[in-house]
Design a protein. Sequence first.
Lengths: 311, 340
Amino acid sequence: MRFLHPSLHPCFLLGLALAAFGLAGSDPALAQAGAGSNAGAGEPLVAVRVVSLNPSLTEMLIAMDAVSVLVGVDDYSAQEQPEVRSLPRVGGLFNPSLEGVVALEPELVVMVPGAQQRDLADRLRRLGITVLELSNIRIEDLLNSIEILGNRVGRADAARKLVARIRRAWRAVEKATAPYPRVRSVLVLDRDPLFIVGRGSFLDEMLRAAGGENVAAVFSDPYPRAAIEWLIAAAPQVILDATDDPEDPLRYWSRWPSLPAVVDRRAIAISPVVLRPGPYLDRSLRSLAEALHGPGVLAAIDGGREPSVAP
Amino acid sequence: MIALTRRRVAGVLFTLLLVLLLVGFAALIVGPSALTPSDVVGALRGAEPGGAVADIVLRVRLPRVQLGMLVGASLAIAGVLFQALLRNPLADPFVLGVSGGAALGAILVLSLGASVGLGYAAVPPAAFAGSLCATVLLYVAAGFRGRVSATHLLLTGVVFNAFASAAIVFLASLAGLMEGARIFMWLIGSLSASRADMAGWVALFLGIGLACAIPLARSLNLLTLGEESAKQLGVEVERHRRILLVATSLMVGAAVSVSGLIGFVGLIIPHLLRLLLGSDHRLLIPAAGFAGAAFLVVCDTVARTLLLGRELPVGAVTAVVGGPLFLYLLRRHQRRAFAQ
């Protein structure tokens, strides 16, 4: 007897969850650093009633100081972003409430295109509500999403600033890590079952920009489920472990002592916040570069941005 | 029924054990990374203990093979016991909701256990508690005046399964996005690495279950003749049935707690063996253990080898292998019935 409806196939679910959001998780330090950036000061906000169905889009709106356009959010936005906790909620990724969205009389609904919500988008459109589907797979998708959102809510300048900051950080990180040898690495999203970052997502692109060689680029989908045996054979020098599992990464990965990352004690915990396809990719890039090359690389990244005065 | 001699039991079980060992060794050789039999033998003998081959053979494949054997044996024996107890060929831990109860118990601990200080180690006992609750509920809801009707039992199982399924979906939707997705991942069943730490639990529960079931094998034979006949032949029907249901709950709970929900093993293996060996439970119970173990190891080897470097859920493989085989058995069964 099958226990689950086929559309609830868990592999599909977890992959979708990762593709849609990155891992949920909060890092107080990063969250605080993001608060109060007040990027949109001075620009007149276009008073459009927006419902966001995705935490990364919600986070983008918050970062461009456009939180007041939001009239409702999905459950995961409310879990992750304290700024929108008091807003009406319209369900989660798998159970969005059409009625809940319609009742908020939104002029714009923003979401990430995905199989689970395709039907919702169509039905909203049939009811005359404008729906904006913003992909979050590749880095250019994300930067576009920020600018499109900014234009729609009257925060074009703020959005441009966010994008410019990310591009600047991207160049600085690429430049700073260029002298280092490429580090054969893998970015782990979940330990058991093993989910990793494959080829073609913004995380894959960031890993490369930060001076890593993604050993999982042999997988053509962005977030494949891999066999542990494959990982042992791939022999990464560094395991970037972005799971929220409380067990220390080095201890966990030491179950397979032949892993070079274990031998060199380079199974490194990464904050799950790094995985968020949101407006703070610049910080995520720095974290990845630091994990791959050590804290010394940070000075080089900052040095590239504003030349430091020699002592 | 073919006469059961000591010699025949020994012959059949020895053959099945040999098959199981061969399957186990083959499963150590086959996998996404190409290894030769001599690589495997070398690793087993302790050559280059820190190398990648040792990791793959001793710390990836061997624990999985062990766990696959234990889970496969538990599910197959549980299937044999349920089918005999209910005198219904479709009785299976999954149909009866016992697996669903075990899954619900496990998921209660997985989703809410952390807040009351329960770790992963609490999952197997919770799964057993869940499967036992399901069994007791089956008994109370379907039984009246100490007698259990098979139809009622099956229907109660179906309803309980629906309830457990709904409760799990409810728990998953309460949890965060990742936790919810992980709960569904956990359910589908896998024999992957970290769960191998729990093999001891499965071995313990399987051992207790066997210790209860094997001495009662003769009672089971009589029970399959019908309750009245069994009583007339001196079987303490209710007491034996209760012991066997608890034993079965133990095995199902242990299997589900480490592997999630893997279907068809408890349905296919008993049917296959009954066709091959007859239905004497003194032979059927241990034979189902060996055959179920070998079957699940083969399925898991396919699951981890078919798509190089990726993993398929083993439950999907048992379903693909088990579904058609079951239909074939059913057709054959019908034809034979017509011929008679």
